[in-house]
Design a protein around this ligand. Structure first.
Ligand code: SF4
Length: 106
């Protein structure tokens, strides 16, 4: 799944531990960007929430301006907000607690 998701091939060793490997890539690219986009987005978020490299993935997507699909349990709109706020927000308690529209439970 990670390759189909468009992750680079070097040197992202975190990608090898991605929970989305083997998952249907279609669920990570729901037609709408909102959290209520449907079952696909919810299914993708559920996969991300059990992913051991969620923060690596999210950081990569934010840093590379990935503007489509679900990455690191975030929508494109959430990643844009993270970019506007700066990278310190990636580890902020708001996102760790699952507030601000994020779905990470850790
Ligand atoms: S956080 Fe989600 S999209 Fe990113 S590698 Fe893990 S399962 Fe895949």
């Amino acid at each position: 799944m990670a390759e189909a998701h468009g992750c680079p091939t070097t040197p992202p060793h975190w990608r090898d531990r991605a929970a989305c490997i083997g998952e249907d890539p279609e669920i990570f690219f729901p037609l709408s960007d909102g959290l209520a986009a449907g079952a696909d987005a919810r299914a993708a978020m559920a996969v991300c929430r059990r992913c051991p490299v969620l923060l690596d993935c999210r950081s990569w997507a934010v840093e590379h301006g990935e503007d489509d699909g679900i990455w690191g349990a975030t929508t494109a709109a959430q990643r844009r907000a993270l970019r506007r706020a700066g990278h310190d927000t990636l580890a902020s308690p708001v996102y760790v607690r699952g507030e601000a529209g994020d779905t990470q439970d850790e």
